[in-house]
Unconditional design. Sequence first.
Length: 317
Amino acid sequence: MSRPYLSVILPVYKCGSCLPPLYSRLSDYLSEQSVDFEVIFVDDRGDESDWNVIESLAKCDDNLRIRAFRHRLNYGQAAAIASGFSRARGDYCLVMDADLQDPPECIGSLLSKARQGSDIVLAVKTRRRDSIARCLADAAVRKLLPVYTRFPNSLDYGSFALISRAVADRYLAAPDRNSHFVKLLDRQSNSTPGTLTSFVYYEPESRYHGPSSYSFFKLLHHNCVLMGPAFWSEKLKVSTIASIALLLVAMVVHLISWESFSGMELVACLLTAAGVIAFWSAIFCQYARFVSTRPLRDGPVEVAERIDRIASLEMAV
């Protein structure tokens, strides 16, 4: 069978109720735009109902546009995206959230940029519809930490993006392809001469159903992976040296003040407190470094179930 022009990759995690309206809007819009497409659902082992909904959609798919893959374990969103890339057949790959916050009607703007020669098209949010705490945390990361080398750090990126087949192939060749989607695209843009990147601005819609699947600890892990092992190794070194130095100086000041300068006891206490804070910072950096290397330690992503009638037809031929 001929290759589709566009592969839409949808990582699915505890958002089964969103999938029927999402697929309906996707199918209607892309059909109106005369775009030959396929939709790849990647179930990252959320609720059991997610896969049941996908199976129901596939049964009604007379055009053989739906392909679906269910992971054996929960590997994370980045792994689900890479899993979709590895099975995509299109000339372009589009990634979007499955909770309907990324409106399908914006896809035309991304395709327009790609037709003008862009290899990577990132959708940038003009506002957030998340909790205040998450908005503040994301803004702090973007503004205070140099996450990206090529992409502007001040912009608010999600997973809504379009990439060419060549970029997808290079993405899959990266050993840390299961780590962080946008950061890997930034590295592709920076390391491959001639890779053209453009941006499309959009306003996200309200989540169709339920709260975000990102808990506090998931967001913490997400940001640890985002900063990368090298970042945390450097901070671990600084925190360790600082804690040792501060505690040693505090000990010396305490010994000196014990004999003569009783007023120095306050300085010793402050130095001790600073040393303890630096010590716990070092412990956190060690934890963050461990978390950030998980995508490299994990084994290959395993698929437990699949719906792929196109592959079955090709094998039959």
